[in-house]
Design a protein around this ligand. Structure first.
Ligand code: FEO
Ligand code: CA
Ligand code: CA
Ligand code: CA
Length: 610
């Protein structure tokens, strides 16, 4: 690779043909293997998975459902190549998990299994350098689950707020459980961040809220007036807003876990605001301050950043680690306003480039709050942190097409924004809508786009930035697509970019969540960012029927992906599974972490993309 006109460095592989196969499909010369799947033991001593006889007690020690984000940090252990692997378990799909599931009348055991199948997993994995295989290790020290019932500490300016107090926690500082964790990030200080996303769906009876301010807040956060989808409120009153009006305020945060310190309680960081957090990814300033970039993944929601007050310590002592785990507890929270530089009349909603040949412009980061100080008229700092969406509405932030991963490039500092899609953009009659604008230039944006954002002076603490659209996704034969100006005959079709990662060469990687908008399975794409191939997408792997591809980890010699919700098609059930991934005939579909590597010339693993 690397030759003029050839593949960029690290992206020299044959593209996978778009397909609808019920398997993980990889580029020729590559191999794949399941590392761990729903129900496999995480905590040593947990029982092996038994689909027909699952229990909450078993699930509490097993790998949860619908693993989304995946992160790895190195672990020194023996002579082999070991890592601590972190996975989050976004949500459960009861009709695929239980035979004969009655959505109107779930049993208490089904509810308890559902709660335990949510949350987070930390486990040791070992990679065999000779074969390329990665296997879980039943490690007693590090392996653990944090489920929907584990204990989390709240920190930051809204910790202890009246808005977070419940009858079980009069301090407003200790929450049971984490829910709907979607994407995440690995911090420079070796912890994992994960975002609580669509947490509204777990709470029932918002109709009990009668004061106008409370009703506005409940509506803005999408709380359900009646029964919840999973009916957890029937067995646990904290999910009943009529009984515990503040419980929903204790979800929708960025969570931090220190994989190296099993005794450290995981934390919910209120300083990073409360919304449908997709994830958070950190860039350090020259002085060691941590800047977290974040998206709120819903149609017409916003992009945020947080700048820490304190600087990271480089040591690895217990005190240094404790200090670094407090970095996200105090700082300043901002929301983004984007401005286009082309005349609005040239943005016609079709995706046709304006006269300056670019969807681009400038923007500013608008301060929302810092510590106890609010910068939003009519809202206290606590209110800004707990009801961040309402604060962002008031300052005129830009409504985006579902901001998912927002991630800084580790070498250049440029920030990449995955805007998954927004079929309500410019749509008459939609409950919430807004016209196309330069940063979201397509009406009924089915396939999403990717923005590249450059901070003023390349300083992560800057309050202004420039931006341009790198990709308008879709079928390259569709004229309303744009691939960084690269040759469209060389790109793979792509829809609904969701998760972002980077490789050691500086290439961008995108995992998709399209719901088959192009009639093809989701997958993982390598994307060139430099030179004449800038914007070229190359399909590296695809996931099974009904699955979404997420969690990518791009190593030098392996790639990890999450095959989330395989078999999740309408009318699928254990009697008629829509996927048999990963275990084949006679089995049920199980969300999994998949390892992909290249067979090198000597039979052992080779370098990815070379
Ligand atoms: Fe859980 Fe925004 O995807
Ligand atoms: Ca322009
Ligand atoms: Ca996602
Ligand atoms: Ca990512």
């Amino acid at each position: 690779g690397g030759a003029p006109g050839g593949a960029p460095r690290g992206l020299d592989f044959e593209p996978v043909a778009p397909n609808t196969v019920d398997a993980v499909t990889v580029s020729p010369g590559y191999r794949s293997q399941v590392v761990i799947r729903w129900g496999d033991p995480v905590v040593p001593g947990a029982p092996e998975f038994d689909f027909e006889n699952q229990s909450a007690v078993a699930q509490a020690g097993q790998f949860g459902y619908n693993n989304d984000f995946c992160g790895l940090v190195p672990l020194r252990r023996g002579g082999g190549e070991s890592y601590l692997m972190f996975n989050n378990h976004e949500y459960t799909i009861e009709p695929l998990m239980f035979r004969g599931y009655d959505a109107e009348n779930p049993t208490e055991e089904q509810v308890r299994i559902g709660i335990e199948a949510h949350g987070l997993s930390v486990l040791v994995v070992e990679r065999d350098r000779r074969t390329g295989q990665i296997t879980p290790v039943p490690d007693k020290t590090y392996n653990r689950r944090y489920s929907g019932s584990a204990e989390f500490v709240v920190d930051g300016p809204a910790a202890g707020s009246d808005l977070l107090k419940t009858s079980a926690d009069e301090t407003g500082t200790v929450v049971l459980g984490t829910l709907n964790n979607c994407a995440g990030g690995v911090t420079p200080w070796g912890t994992f961040l994960t975002g609580e996303e669509n947490v509204n769906q777990y709470f029932a009876n918002a109709a009990a809220v009668t004061d106008p301010a409370g009703q506005e807040r409940a509506a803005r956060y999408g709380l359900t007036k009646g029964a919840s989808e999973r009916k957890w409120e029937r067995f646990d009153p904290r999910f009943d807003i009529a009984q515990e009006p503040n419980e929903p305020n204790r979800f929708g945060w960025i969570v931090e876990v220190d994989p190296y310190d099993p005794k450290a309680r995981p934390v919910k960081h209120t300083a990073l605001g409360r919304f449908k957090h997709e994830g958070a990814n950190i860039r350090l300033t020259r002085n060691g301050h941590a800047v977290a970039y974040m998206g709120d993944d819903e149609r017409f929601e916003y992009v945020y950043k947080f700048v820490s007050d304190k600087a990271m310590k480089n040591g690895n002592s217990r005190r240094d680690r404790e200090h670094n785990r407090s970095l996200l507890a105090s700082g300043t929270l901002y929301v983004a306003r984007f401005t286009g530089d082309s005349p609005p009349a040239e943005i016609d909603g079709t995706g046709t480039l304006p006269a300056d040949h670019a969807f681009d412009g400038g923007g500013e980061w608008i301060r929302l709050a810092s510590g106890d100080e609010s910068f939003v008229d009519g809202m206290t700092a606590e209110e800004v942190y707990v009801f961040t969406r309402l604060a962002a509405d008031r300052v005129g932030a830009t409504k985006m097409d579902r901001p998912e991963d927002v991630e800084p490039h580790p070498h250049t500092g440029k920030v990449y924004l995955a805007l998954t899609n927004n079929t309500d953009r410019g749509k008459a009659g939609a409950a919430r809508t807004a016209p196309a604008d330069e940063p979201n230039p397509r009406t009924v944006n089915t396939h999403g786009h990717v923005i590249e954002l450059v901070e003023a002076g390349n300083d992560a603490t800057a309050t202004t930035f420039g931006w341009s659209i790198l990709l308008l996704c879709g079928d390259p034969n569709d004229p309303a697509t744009y691939f960084g100006g690269s040759d469209k005959s060389q790109v793979s079709p792509i829809s609904s970019p969701d998760n972002i990662a980077f490789d050691g060469h500086g290439n961008l990687w995108l995992a998709t969540d399209s719901g088959r908008a192009l009639g093809i399975n989701d997958g993982l794409y390598g994307v060139s960012l430099e030179g004449p191939t800038r914007g070229r997408t190359t399909l590296f792997a695809t996931v099974p029927v009904g699955a979404e591809c997420c969690g990518p980890v791009i190593g030098d010699e392996f790639v990890l992906i999450s095959a989330q919700h395989p078999g999740d098609l309408d009318d699928a059930s254990p009697e008629a599974p829509a996927s048999l991934f990963p275990d084949g005939p006679g089995s049920q579909p199980r969300p999994s972490v998949v390892n992909i590597w290249r067979e090198g010339d000597d039979g052992g693993p080779g370098r990815i993309g070379q």
